[in-house]
Write a new protein. Sequence first.
Length: 91
Amino acid sequence: KNSMEKNHPELLHWAMTHGIIMGVNVQNSPFVVTHAPITTYPFRFPETQFSKAIKLSKAFNTLVDNVSLDSQWLHETLQLTAENDHFTGML
C-alpha cells in the first residue's frame, strides 16, 4: 500500500464514492478505476482567484445545467467529435 492508502483510507473512500476517479489501463481487464491524484498537504491559493471562482460558480453551474438539459443541441454539437474520438463516441 502507498502512504495515502495507509494513512488516509477514509479520504480515498470518500474520493471513490464521490466520483473523484480515473480509469486505469490494466491488461485483460475492461474497466478498472482508481482515485484521482489527491493531496492532503496545504498549498497557497490566491484569495483574489478564489473569490473570482466563487463569483463565477453560479453562472457556470447554470450553463452546465442548461447544456445538460438540451440533449438535441448536445448531440448535434458533439456529433463530429463522437465520430472521431472513441471515448466521446461511447457516450
